[in-house]
Design a protein around this ligand. Structure first.
Ligand code: FEO
Ligand code: CA
Ligand code: CA
Ligand code: CA
Length: 593
């Protein structure tokens, strides 16, 4: 096996050992440096991080919590100077705030801290720690650093004013007491993964927005079934107690203004982010966009991260304009959203979601395209889309005409409910599907698919994992979540949910072969400290830098501010553990491979 590997492996790095401890590890010969930590300055005049004296005002000028998606936007085509965009998905109050005794999590995963009392001050800090960061960064003498006096730097939070555009903009179901126009909303929530568009904008995907809403609706309320399909209001946070708009009893349409794709122009820090309703409303894990080589239209892929939910792609009507950046400004407002049906014969139908077509009619409660988009999940249910094992990142690979779909896990799939694309009942470790878009046409409505990898421990026969036999005991993983494709078209997968009990290892970044006799072989490149999830991965265009996000380090389910499972990355007794972006470079320079 080692000879075969030497002959055809795409990856040269020396694999690291899987395991669980307080530190991070990267393959030999590479540096992993902490670039930005929760609380770090984003502006030259930001206050210093002072965890014992936090305020919403300070937090709004500092790096937010729980970095997830990371994107790199080159300045003038450079791989050594650009704008880093980072999502701040959510907050862990028990790890953020001092003197709060964690008494565990309830059945919904809600933090029950500080005897259940969240003051407005705390809630406002949480709101300022959400959203995203846009920050100029530069590599000097081989090391990256933020440029704090940059004109591009900006924080986006749960209170930043945004526009709503596309077919659902202005619809009465999006109107509220504060916004009779249905076109303006404050903030973006639970931005998990995201994307950078071919015209250099930053996409923030709104995922578990239902957790921020409280209150209740009567069963016969117009939005009751809509909200129930999304699990809203889940009341994971106490925001509704201090901000009425998060209480659906008081502001029943506010939750319709979340669950969208948000586009930000990082080149203009005064620009208003825009919620693009044409891409549908659901729990978007991310949104990765390419220019279709066949016709220059724009195609965006997005997974809906819930057990038994769906995989989507949006195809623009207009063509991408490479000569005039501004011409692409509203390209995501006009196009067709499709949902995937993975057939048993290895084909996939990308079914258009158009008002008036098929079941998407008044008979089924849809009066317009706006209704189809506001209730994307119900529309997809009616179309008979394939119920998946939690679609996370969906990543097109332009160099190969393929698309990778990360399906993280679904232990609620029962025996008898399997389908060809989700073949395992009690799927604890997830799998990866590879779609081949017909003829390299990413706008194709009829393509093919196969399973690239069934995850989990290959030594345990009942798990049914399908890693290539050359994969070592360090090389297998469970629970794929995000992924990146490097400049050579190679796949790198990051995970969410590996731990000592489930897999005997932390989360990390694995390099996965997709071609040739080693297809399905995997190698561990980087691993996170205990309690963390691995997010981010993105390469600079020259493949010489890799950015990774270490999310919720120290969170082992019992940890508190005072007693985290690790004090990564500072390892100082007076500092809490901090989610951080890590930058990987090769010692002495060169490509990451
Ligand atoms: Fe936020 Fe789908 O993970
Ligand atoms: Ca994720
Ligand atoms: Ca990705
Ligand atoms: Ca996840």
């Amino acid at each position: 096996a080692s000879e075969a590997r030497a002959a055809t492996t795409s990856f040269d790095f020396e694999e690291i050992m899987a395991g669980v401890d307080e530190k991070h590890y990267v393959a030999k010969g590479y540096d992993a440096d902490v670039l930005l930590r929760w609380g770090d300055k984003i502006f030259a005049d930001s206050p210093e991080f002072d965890p014992m004296n936090q305020s919403a005002e300070s937090q709004a000028k500092q790096f937010g919590y729980n970095n997830d998606y990371v994107g790199f936007i080159p300045l003038e085509g450079s791989s050594e100077h650009g704008i880093l965009v980072v999502n701040h998905e959510y907050t862990n109050a028990e790890l953020m705030f001092p003197n709060w005794a964690t008494i565990g999590k309830d059945g919904e995963g809600k933090d029950k801290v500080n005897n259940g009392v969240f003051t407005k001050e705390i809630v406002d800090i949480e709101m300022a720690a959400h959203g995203g960061t846009v920050i100029e960064i530069k590599k000097t003498d081989g090391k990256w650093a933020p440029v704090l006096d940059s004109k591009y730097n900006r924080r986006i939070t749960a209170t930043t004013e945004m526009l709503i555009s596309g077919p659902a903009a202005g619809h009465e179901r999006l109107q509220t007491n504060a916004d009779a126009s249905g076109t303006k909303v404050f903030g973006t929530l639970n931005n998990c993964a995201g994307g950078v568009t071919p015209w250099g904008t930053y996409i923030m995907a709104e995922e578990n927005f239902h957790g921020y809403f409280g209150g209740s609706l009567s069963e016969d309320h117009r939005e009751a079934a809509n909200y129930e399909r999304l699990g809203a209001p889940a009341g994971w946070y106490s925001w509704a107690e201090h901000h009425e708009r998060f209480d659906v009893s008081k502001e029943p349409n506010e939750a319709n203004r979340f669950g969208w794709i948000v586009e930000v122009d990082p080149m203009d820090p005064t620009s208003m982010p825009v919620k693009r309703t044409a891409l549908g409303r659901f729990k978007h894990e991310g949104c990765e966009t390419i220019v279709n080589p066949v016709d220059n239209r724009v195609v965006s892929y997005s997974g809906d991260d819930e057990r038994f939910d769906y995989t989507y792609k949006f195809v623009s009507n207009a063509k991408f304009n490479a000569e005039d950046r501004a011409a692409n400004k509203d390209i995501l407002d006009d196009g067709v959203l499709h949902v995937a049906k993975f057939n048993e014969d290895g084909t996939v139908d990308w079914m258009p979601m158009i008002f008036g077509e098929g079941p998407l009619t008044a008979q089924n409660g849809f009066e317009s395209q706006a209704d189809v988009l506001i209730e994307t999940r119900r529309a997809a249910d009616l179309l008979g889309a394939t119920k998946m094992d939690r679609p996370e990142d969906v990543q097109p690979n332009l160099t190969k005409g393929t698309v990778y779909v990360m399906l993280t896990n679904n232990t609620r799939r029962k025996a008898g409910d399997e389908n060809a694309a989700n073949p395992r009942a009690d799927n604890a470790f997830g799998h990866i599907i590879e779609i081949t878009e017909t003829g390299g046409d990413f706008a194709s409505t009829k393509s093919t698919w196969e399973i690239l990898l069934k995850c989990g421990d290959p030594k345990v026969a009942e798990v049914g994992a399908s890693f290539h036999p050359s994969t070592t005991d360090n090389g297998w993983f469970g629970m794929p979540d995000n992924c990146a494709v490097d400049a050579e078209g190679r796949l790198w997968v990051s995970t969410d949910g590996n731990d000592k009990e489930k897999t005997g290892r932390t989360d990390g970044l694995w390099a996965v072969e997709t071609e040739g006799e080693l297809r399905g072989a995997s190698k561990l490149f980087f691993r996170v400290p205990i309690g963390a999830e691995m997010c981010g991965p993105v390469f600079t265009p020259d493949d010489e830098t890799l950015f990774l996000a270490v999310q919720h380090p120290g969170d082992d389910g019992l940890a508190t501010f005072e007693n985290p499972a690790t004090r990564w990355p500072d390892f100082e007794d007076n500092l809490p553990t901090r989610p951080s972006v890590v930058v990987i470079t090769k010692q002495g320079g060169g490509k990451i491979a």
